[in-house]
Design a protein around this ligand. Structure first.
Ligand SMILES: [Zn+2]
Length: 283
């Protein structure tokens, strides 16, 4: 697609109106490892994060050293529960809403340089901006998550690879997730009461790490709201209030606007002519 340089004082981008809306709906790899993508759908007005997750199930032992073996049914149930918990917690609660269009029909572009409809153009002008065409999805894009899980497999793939060890029910084991591997346990799809009394399902928190998010007070030693009474950083605190964060990246189950930033960026990248986009709560 050609680029235009307009000398109009408004400084708008013209691609949208001049091409009369022929944007492709493109999957956009947005993470450094290419493990997931966003699909901006202008017909259904949704922006979906597509995410692949590969589970490897390891047997464990109970407190008496007796083996704890996964059954095939348990593996399937774990993967299905993880999918639905992540999709319902991270999707549906927010909308990405376009801003005002920043060009005016009827205004004049004095000069255009570069490639126009595949024809090399040194300069062209003046040009009157064509009639206004509305951006799609003026009422906003609903945020969604689509998890595709794979059980086992021999070769490392481009999925996030999650090792899941079976532990006694109700036990506690600290789980970990990064942006390419995760270490989980069989209790991570169940509600867990945290030290501060909040309830969280660990798999939805670990998913946040898989898409590159940190705890709210991560790496904020100089923020007094992130330091506990002993002077140590408590990453699960809310940097604005100093109280335990109810965000899913803290100790709770709520997604906050800042956690939706990647969805906003995805829509903005695809429709920069309709921005700036903002994030609004749907429910
Ligand atoms: Zn964490």
């Amino acid at each position: 697609m050609g680029r235009f340089v307009g000398r109009d004082p408004a400084g708008y981008m013209l691609d949208y109106s001049l091409y009369n809306y022929t944007w492709n709906r493109v999957c956009r790899a947005s993470d450094p490892f290419g493990l997931y993508s966003f699909d901006v759908d202008d017909e259904n007005c949704t922006v979906t994060l597509n995410f692949k997750l590969q589970f490897f199930f390891d047997d464990g032992v109970d407190a008496n050293g007796n083996p704890l073996k996964w059954t095939e049914a348990e593996k399937t149930a774990y993967a299905e529960t993880a999918e639905s918990l992540i999709e319902s917690t991270w999707g549906g609660g927010w909308k990405i809403v376009p801003g005002k269009q920043n060009y005016q029909s009827g205004s004049t572009i004095e000069w255009i340089y570069g490639d126009w409809f595949g024809v090399g153009v040194e300069c062209l002008g003046p040009v009157v901006v064509p009639a206004y065409t509305a951006c799609p999805c003026q009422s906003g894009y609903v945020t969604k998550v689509n998890i595709t899980s794979v059980i086992g497999g021999s070769n490392p793939t481009d999925d996030v690879e999650a090792k899941v060890v079976k532990i006694p029910q109700g036990d506690w084991k600290r789980s970990y997730a990064g942006t390419s591997t995760a270490s989980l346990d069989s209790e991570d799809v169940r509600e867990r009461t945290m030290d501060n009394g909040m309830v969280q399902v660990p798999i939805v928190h670990e998913f946040g790490h898989m898409i590159g998010l940190h705890h709210p007070c991560h790496n904020k030693p100089n923020n007094p709201n992130c330091v506990d009474s002993s002077g140590a950083v408590d990453e699960y605190l809310d940097p604005n209030t100093g109280k335990p964060s109810s965000s899913v990246m803290g100790s709770g189950m709520s997604t906050s606007a800042d956690l939706m930033e990647q969805w906003r960026e995805a829509v903005n990248d695809e429709h920069s002519e309709c921005g700036p986009f903002s994030i609004e709560r749907v429910k």
